[in-house]
Design a protein around this ligand. Structure first.
Ligand SMILES: *[C@@H]1O[C@H](CO)[C@@H](O)[C@H](O)[C@H]1NC(C)=O
Ligand SMILES: *[C@@H]1O[C@H](CO)[C@@H](O)[C@H](O)[C@H]1NC(C)=O
Ligand SMILES: *[C@@H]1O[C@H](CO)[C@@H](O)[C@H](O)[C@H]1NC(C)=O
Ligand SMILES: *[C@@H]1O[C@H](CO)[C@@H](O)[C@H](O)[C@H]1NC(C)=O
Ligand SMILES: *[C@@H]1O[C@H](CO)[C@@H](O)[C@H](O)[C@H]1NC(C)=O
Ligand SMILES: *[C@@H]1O[C@H](CO)[C@@H](O)[C@H](O)[C@H]1NC(C)=O
Length: 292
């Protein structure tokens, strides 16, 4: 069966090395609908495209059922959703995984359920560089109440990086919160961040995965672009609490999407996202009829 869709091949300046795990943001993401160029796009590091920057390629009637090419968009998009799922399950300020390679993928239509993907992939942890191979099943539900994708995944080795000691130190350092921490533009427009900000960048990325998992469908591909800012709130019930403002990059529409998140974390309870609030697309006044 052919799945009719229009997908946009993305127009990227992509670092083809798999080892590049830190973002490189070449241009300051503008508030609202700006395009983020030269950004780090983990999901698309092996997408073969000959499109030039600014060019949009539309492909119709792409076959998306049966065996999928592991380096092409349908398989990588689904595998990126698995990446988000793993971060929601296992993420912490010291554990944040990215999709590195898709080995195998297939998709089928399941009546009344939706489209089901079977994937074999390797993910890598940003901090320890430990990678692990995972098998995953993923369903994009069909019908009116589409809802979030459903994912099952099991991974070897992934959790062997023991972050207990680092997490405990970080937790103890911030639990008292008589000196609440905050930060902005992580990373900055040159891709830099202070070493002390890294755990907050990771935590912002993991928290963003909760949104990206929930919002993903068969025609999206999300990536966390930047923590615009975060502020530590008062600790409650032994959970560190933070307000985050994150910028997500939706690579198909090339939109930068702003979300405000209330995030909690402790070594015992893990990362939780208690509130999410989509921010207006543009905070600026766009004068009418000024499209060039
Ligand atoms: C890209 O995909 C091809 C085919 O799946 C694979 O042989 C190659 O090693 C991949 N390259 C990278 C950089 O992952
Ligand atoms: C992970 O890999 C990066 C780049 O290769 C390197 O700079 C970093 O030191 C490595 N981290 C660990 C914990 O090995
Ligand atoms: C995940 O596993 C559960 C229990 O085995 C099963 O009921 C469910 O259908 C699976 N979901 C997916 C998306 O494969
Ligand atoms: C992780 O390291 C801590 C000490 O740093 C140790 O107590 C704990 O047993 C280790 N956990 C695992 C799963 O290896
Ligand atoms: C996928 O999500 C995007 C962004 O929220 C939305 O515009 C689009 O309609 C959705 N597509 C499908 C097929 O649900
Ligand atoms: C966080 O960044 C957003 C987007 O740039 C901005 O609108 C908001 O006012 C900032 N919040 C704080 C507390 O600085």
């Amino acid at each position: 069966m052919f799945w009719r869709l229009v997908f946009v091949l993305l127009i990227l300046t992509v670092d083809h090395g798999n080892s590049t795990l830190m973002p490189k943001i070449g241009t300051e993401p503008s508030v609202g609908s700006g395009q983020l160029q030269n950004s780090f796009l983990p999901g698309l590091d092996n997408l073969t495209t000959t499109a030039k920057e600014g060019e949009v390629v539309e492909v119709e009637n792409v076959m998306m059922t049966g065996v999928l090419h592991p380096s092409h968009y349908p398989a990588r998009r689904a595998a990126t959703v698995v990446q988000h799922y793993l971060n929601t399950r296992y993420g912490s300020p010291y554990r944040w995984v990215f999709l590195s390679t898709v080995h195998k993928g297939s998709a089928e239509d399941v009546t009344d359920i939706g489209r089901k993907y079977h994937l074999e992939l390797t993910v890598q942890d940003t901090i320890s560089n430990v990678s692990g191979r995972c098998s995953a099943e993923l369903v994009f539900p069909e019908g009116a109440e589409q809802g979030a994708p459903q994912v099952n995944a099991s991974c070897d080795e992934l959790l062997q990086s023991n972050t207990t000691a680092q997490e405990e130190v970080f937790y103890q350092q911030h639990i008292a919160s008589n000196n609440p921490v905050s930060g902005d533009n992580i990373p900055d427009s040159h891709g830099h961040m202070e070493p002390t900000m890294k755990p907050f960048w990771h935590l912002g990325g993991v928290a963003s995965s909760f949104i990206m998992l929930r919002e993903s469908n068969e025609s999206t591909m999300y990536n966390m672009a930047q923590v615009a800012n975060f502020t530590q709130l008062e600790t409650e019930n032994n959970q560190l609490r933070f307000q985050y403002h994150v910028l997500l990059h939706e690579m198909v529409s090339q939109e930068i999407i702003h979300w405000k998140l209330l995030v909690t974390w402790s070594p015992a309870e893990g990362v939780k996202v208690l509130q999410t609030e989509l921010q207006p697309k543009c905070h600026c006044e766009v004068p009418p009829n000024t499209t060039k």
